[in-house]
Design a protein around this ligand. Structure first.
Ligand code: MN
Length: 195
């Protein structure tokens, strides 16, 4: 049977400092995500879902298979969307225009997204997605959920599980969310949007 493999990070473990430390990134990728991959590989045999894509599993499975596959899909999108910190890091072109169209301004979008992340109770993820009509929407997803379960196209996500920020920011989740804008690779987000 095909085994899921831990994704390789597309940058060095210190590349996102000081927004995300090498220590946080190493634990997050090498321990947390690796555990989800390992769990899924242990749970899949005999489930009837061997060989399905992560997206298919997330729309079909329940229980431990759903939770571990969801966390793998979410983390693969999360880690792939970052790049070295840049001041005044903003989207451009059609992506920027769509954000202004649907949220009023980039600043208003960031504020709404951060608020959704800060007020998500417990563990989960805040997402920017496109709906069926192409409108951009922000959703809060608990635990391992992904917007594809609601028929949305996921574009950008911030992880609000404590393991994503506690070593660097302790309880200051809003400060962590505010800092993440410096490392968003908008080319990756735009690529997902156009796909
Ligand atoms: Mn995480």
């Amino acid at each position: 049977m095909k085994k899921y493999e831990l994704m390789a990070l597309p940058y060095a473990p210190e590349a996102l400092e000081p927004v995300i430390s090498k220590e946080t990134l190493s634990f997050h990728h090498g321990k947390h995500l690796a555990a989800y991959v390992n769990n899924l590989n242990n749970l899949l045999p005999g489930s009837g879902m061997e060989g399905l894509s992560l997206e298919e599993i997330v729309c079909k499975a329940t229980g431990g298979i759903l939770n571990n596959a969801g966390q793998i899909l979410n983390h693969e999108m999360y880690f792939a969307q970052f790049t070295a910190p840049k001041q005044d890091n903003v989207p451009s072109g059609k992506m920027a225009e769509a954000i202004v169209r649907d949220f009023g301004s980039f600043e208003a979008f960031k504020e709404e997204f951060q608020k959704a992340g800060a007020t998500l109770f417990g563990s989960g993820w805040v997402w920017l997605s496109a709906d069926k009509d192409g409108k951009l929407v922000i959703t809060q997803e608990a635990n391992a959920a992904n917007p594809i379960q609601k028929g949305l196209k996921p574009l950008l996500t911030f992880d609000v599980w404590e393991h994503a920020y506690y070593l660097d920011y302790q309880n200051r989740r809003p400060d962590h969310l505010a800092a993440l804008w410096q490392i968003v690779d908008w080319k990756v987000v735009e690529g997902r949007w156009k796909k």
